[in-house]
Design a protein around this ligand. Structure first.
Ligand code: ZN
Length: 245
């Protein structure tokens, strides 16, 4: 079984009526619902309101894939929490960052750039074009799929060049954007997937669900291992040099 933790800022759904109408159980609830239908996946959720943001080392140790959605409250996630996520990915935990999570602390700490982009909120339609037709994440998409309305994200997207670019998008206003980016950092696999603005029912679209579900299977680790030099002194160990297991 793949153990998934879906993390959501869970702010707009509680504060904007039209967002609550689309996602009455929150974006995390919507994602948990369609992932939970996969017999090989078990899902838990956590939100910013939970104690310690619902993220501890113990919880991450029991998580194979973390999915992250955040937008206007990135700064309220403590650095300590973001570093826990970063370190778990470096050990091998898979991570999927959705839409405005491009500016989340864990994503930026893992990629090391500003992750800034161009954006415009005008309800353009979006076509997502598959650039890697044989990749497991895009296996259920033929050549492209269309979203009737999405927030426009445009280049330049200030990210390191992806290890693999699986999807590029064109918007009816003319912008283009790298909308499906795959990375490896340490032992972990990271997938960034651009659709998912809170005012549109994007996470109910079958193709979007399929990409996220396939991504869960792809970034899930076969095993995890802490990356350490065995003779390095643990920073908090008063006994001195130890073999780190
Ligand atoms: Zn948005």
């Amino acid at each position: 079984m793949i153990r998934v933790l879906v993390w959501n800022e869970f702010y707009h759904e509680q504060n904007k009526e039209h967002v609550r109408e689309i996602y009455p159980d929150g974006i995390h609830g919507e994602i948990a619902k369609f992932l939970g239908a996969d017999e090989e996946i078990t899902v838990r959720t956590a939100t910013l309101d939970d104690e310690n943001c619902g993220i501890t080392k113990e919880i991450l140790d029991e998580t194979d894939v973390l999915i992250w959605w955040g937008h206007v409250r990135h700064k309220l996630v403590p650095d300590e929490v973001a570093y826990l996520v970063r370190d778990a990915v470096l050990e091998g935990m898979g991570a999927i960052f959705l839409h405005s999570a491009h500016h989340s602390k864990p994503f930026r700490y893992l990629l090391g750039t500003s992750c800034n982009l161009t954006w415009r909120e005008s309800g353009d339609s979006e076509i997502l074009w598959v650039t890697e037709p044989s990749h497991p994440i895009t296996r259920d998409i033929d050549r492209f799929f269309t979203l009737e309305h999405e927030e426009t994200y445009g280049e330049p997207f200030v990210i390191p060049t992806p290890d693999k670019l699986l999807l590029i998008s064109s918007f009816s206003g003319g912008e283009v954007f790298r909308s499906g980016c795959l990375y490896e950092r340490g032992n972990g696999k990271i997938f960034y997937f651009q659709p998912g603005h809170e005012t549109f029912p994007t996470f109910k679209v079958p193709e979007v669900q399929s990409v996220i579900k396939n991504a869960v299977h792809f970034v899930a680790p076969s095993f995890r291992r802490e990356i350490n030099c065995p003779h390095v002194r643990k920073y908090n160990d008063p006994e001195g040099y130890v073999i780190v297991k």
